[in-house]
Ligand binder design. Sequence first.
Ligand code: BTN
Length: 137
Amino acid sequence: MGKKCCLAVLALLLSLSSPSQAECNLMGTWTNELGSNMTISSVNSVGIFSGVYTTAVSATNNTIVPSPLTGHVQKSDSPTLGFTVSWAFSASTTSWAGQCYQDPEGRKILATMWLLREEAEDSWKGTRVGQDVFFHV
Ligand code: BTN
């Protein structure tokens, strides 16, 4: 086997064993500490993703229904990401920013912070802030 061929085989083996895609592939269902669920059904080649979010709680008395989400994820082993849900059952919008990585127990998690904006006459009382940690189901 020639030197070029050996290098090609080596490069192929290295690319197959690369953990970058496998470690934080967002696809699938995630659940957070509140019991909310989100299912990410597509992530495209430039990191734009979409799915459905079903919250376990609401600041309103409206009946909760699944709501659409869209987001962006970087390309790295432990990528940063952001996503937004435009609630189907309320006039509010929530955006999360965070990072996907493995916790010390080896579980894949999304550690995020969120801002929820509701319609309000006075801006100062229209925004809530918090943290969510999502585990891959
Ligand atoms: C609303 O009450 O108007 C919409 C639902 C908001 C649910 C919030 S978003 C941040 C936090 N994380 C969740 O999973 N649910 C709550």
